[in-house]
Ligand binder design. Structure first.
Ligand SMILES: Cc1ncc(C[n+]2csc(CCOP(=O)(O)OP(=O)(O)O)c2C)c(N)n1
Ligand SMILES: [Mg+2]
Length: 361
């Protein structure tokens, strides 16, 4: 009997394809875990502060952490442009915004990092790490981020900047919710990115609701990413609760942008575990069974299981990470509460571009 050896193409099919996340070191995996955890614990504290009457408003990112941390770790953090939306707490923490920065915003204290305490909380902004502040009307960040991507490409095309220079921004990413894709700005930004083949990534964090409006009243297609073809960009749908899957699709999109191969629309399917904001009561539009069902798919628990399976995280280490997060958040809250409010004389300052801005801008 002759042995039949597998052909080369059969071997190729059987071989497990390597994924970008396979190359992540244990240290990076634990750093990703840390930011997800820090974001969740900080977010929980902010809800408590709101219910205690200490702050006026909070909008939460709970449930979206894997999407955001997968995205953050796939870019050149602090260098590539990020134009986020209000739910991106985990994303901005990974870029360098601190719990103290956020607490100062919530309290509207003088010296707050983004606007000296003038902007609404969660309108992130930091010149230091190329983090742009979005306006409150949803989706306005999309054409602006596509414009940033156009500027990057223009500099490459006119040889002002070397496309391989990692000290320069090489991609512009933006985020929004699925409901906001009904806005005209989204279509304009996506079209622009497709026409000019821009180094641009749009991440749609699809959590099924735009406040109380469910997705089937927002669009007549199954996936947001199905629209990508119409703009001439690449479209990908991913499990937004799976950190490593998110990292893989993002890394691929980032590499594509860096190579000059054009834009990607990533739809991350996820769920917000809290009401829309501190001022919303989600019991009026979604069942408790639905919410509890999604809690079983909590992205942090999902990643904890992965780390345990790989022998990278023990129960004790997980407890230690939580204790560290609590300590950092306690300290941030304490410091923010002690800081003064902006003085009345500041009312007309920082309204125009030529006004002096703080070191962080
Ligand atoms: C142009 C505009 N219309 C309405 C609002 C009020 N608003 C703020 S957030 C939001 C829901 C957005 O839902 P989605 O895009 O799905 O994001 P999610 O909050 O679910 O993450 C709405 C309607 C707004 N800020 N801007
Ligand atoms: Mg939504």
């Amino acid at each position: 009997m002759t042995l039949r050896l597998p052909s080369e193409s059969e071997l190729r099919e059987e071989a497990t394809p390597t994924k970008p996340s396979d190359a992540l070191t244990p240290q990076t995996l634990l750093e990703m875990y840390w930011y997800m955890l820090l974001s969740r614990r900080l977010d929980e504290r902010c809800w408590a502060m709101h219910r205690q009457g200490k702050i006026a408003f909070h909008i939460s990112g709970m449930g979206h952490e894997a999407t955001q941390i997968g995205a953050a770790f796939a870019i050149n953090r602090g260098v590539d442009y990020v134009h986020p939306y209000y739910r991106d707490l985990a994303l901005v923490l990974a870029l360098g915004v601190t719990p103290l920065d956020f607490m100062m915003s919530l309290y509207g204290k003088a010296g707050e990092y983004s606007s000296g305490g003038r902007q609404m909380p969660s309108h992130w902004s930091s010149r230091k790490v190329n983090l742009l502040s979005s306006s409150s009307p949803v989706a306005t960040q999309v054409p602006q981020a596509a414009g940033l991507a156009f500027a990057i490409k223009y500099k490459w095309d006119t040889k002002l900047v070397d496309p391989n220079d990692a000290t320069q921004p090489r991609v512009a990413i933006t985020c929004l919710g699925e409901g906001s894709t009904s806005q005209g700005e989204w279509h304009e930004g996506m079209n622009w990115a497709g026409v000019h083949k821009l180094p641009f990534i749009c991440i749609v964090q699809n959590n099924n609701y735009a406040i109380s409006v469910p997705i089937d009243q927002q669009m007549a297609v199954h996936n947001v990413a199905d629209r990508a073809d119409a703009y001439g960009v690449r479209g990908v749908t991913a499990d937004g609760n799976d950190l490593l899957q998110m990292y893989d699709v993002m890394k691929e999109a980032v590499n594509r942008a860096y190579r000059g191969d054009g834009a990607t629309l990533i739809e991350a399917k996820t769920y917000r575990l809290t009401p829309h904001s501190s001022d919303d009561d989600d019991r009026t539009y979604r069942s408790r069974e639905e919410v509890e069902g999604w809690k079983l798919k909590d992205p942090i628990h999902h990643f904890e299981r992965t780390l345990r399976e790989r022998g990278l995280l023990s129960e004790q280490e997980s407890t230690d990470y939580n204790a560290r997060a609590k300590q950092m958040i306690d300290e941030a809250q304490r410091q923010a509460e002690q800081m003064p409010y902006p003085p009345e004389e500041m009312l007309y300052e920082r309204l125009y571009a030529d006004d002096e801005v703080s070191a962080n801008g």
